[in-house]
Ligand binder design. Sequence first.
Ligand code: ARG
Length: 552
Amino acid sequence: MKDVVVKLIAEEVDFDICEIEGLLEVPPRSEMGDYAFPCFGLAKTLKKSPGVIAGDLALTFVKVLPKEIERVEASGAYVNFFIDKGIFARKVLGKDYGKKVLKNGKRIVIDMSSPNIAKPFGIGHLRSTIIGNSIARICEANGFEVVKINYLGDWGTQFGKIICAWKKWGSEEKLESDAIGHLQELYVRINATDEFDDECRLEFKKLESGDFENLALWKRFREMSLVKFQKIYDLLGISFDEVSGESLYNDKMDAVIFELKEKGLLIEDAGARIVDLDDVGLGKVLIQKSDGTSLYATRDLAMALDRKKVYDFDRAIYEVGAEQTLHFRQVFGILKKMGYAWADDLVHAAHGLYLDSDGKKFSTRRGKTVYMEDVLGEVVEKARGNLEARGDCDNLDERARRIALAAIFYGDLKNNREHNMVFDVDRFLSFEGDTGPYLLYSYARASSILRKIKFESKRQDIKYKDFGDLEFALIKKIDLFDNVVVKAYEDLSPNLIANYCFELAKDFNEFYHGCPVLGGESEAFRLEIVEVFRVVIKKGLDLLGIETLEEM
Ligand code: ARG
């Protein structure tokens, strides 16, 4: 409906559409209209007071009022527009929110999750998994084909250390019972001294040049880690189109180094090789160490070049912690210097940290390692406990899992991803307030009303009239959905969807308490509202990766 108002104004006022859209306000109270146009900006050119202009405009509009607008009024310096609620409701409730999205023919690859093997799955990797998954869904809802890639940290000098430590102190028994724990312990032990540094470097060099024994060990550690990680992905219900990692680019590094040299970008620096980005304020980037081994940045360069070839993407998104901001600026900066215009299509979608309730970084809590599967398991157990405490025991496992995931996903996604956030499981799990379970509950409530009367939608046949503020507020909120989905893509901000879902659920619950749905003259109309709310909130939650429950 906003477009109708904008069009009407554009015919009389010498502003362009975007300007008018920007100026148009939603008044704080419904008796002041549905939209208000402030006339202050016109005073100078028209050489009249804003109040007089508002009066003149209102008189002009009245003569050419489209049927969608019921009436206009001047009030002070504003022109207030009252839209025809019946027409509006018919339009909003008649839309097909469940329809398939038309593909726009463009492809996005998204780098997400990307934990490091032989190390515990970190809390930052959990954020990347949850946010990356939601961004992927939002891109799909905007018509893009999306390729989700888990780029494992499975290469680098740390594997020289782990292999070296394993050869010295490794225990088959411990490896079998807790692979990641044991490898982590070995890594910490060898890092505590510089005694073996040369040996470690040598082991990595051997690995990079294809030494049989080291490769076999590395492969084994990698597979064992993947089995562990897969358990987490299964619990989260998140999958990937490609699981690869830094190791995949080992044989493509020489080509990158050669190309950098050819393009005159590689500089010898005390035996090592660097690219100088000082001119763009990004410092010097180490590309090859003096012993010939590669670095994280070198592998990201090779990977970007390869991905462009394989997927021919229109955009590549890297969902990685904000602490890697400089790294990505450097990688993108080097690609740009190499002459690749598509370097502008690479985006680092950064996220902040999870904090403990004491404000410290979550993963360092009490100095010991937190295993992700334990953290997630605890949340599921708590959700189960909450259900049991209500004496509610049907299908307990699946319901506890969905409630726990809704709590965690929503608890994360409702925040601006770049901000740090407190990981507070008890608050996330609450059924009241701005939480995932509250949203699931609102959905289930709508579903249960409709189930009770075996509802079938008649959409177009019903009379949309004589309805009150609560109904109208909810319909207006529903109307915003499509715009929010677009905006969430533009800003790569799942929180816009999350916050919208919360606002929508709040309006629904107010409507539900204020307007008896069953019985009475408005039943058919109100049932339609409930149905459309149900469809829209399910879609919104789906964009966050949250599965709904028909019954809570
Ligand atoms: N494995 C890395 C880490 O845990 C994240 C990888 C992110 N993706 C990338 N293309 N660099 O820090």
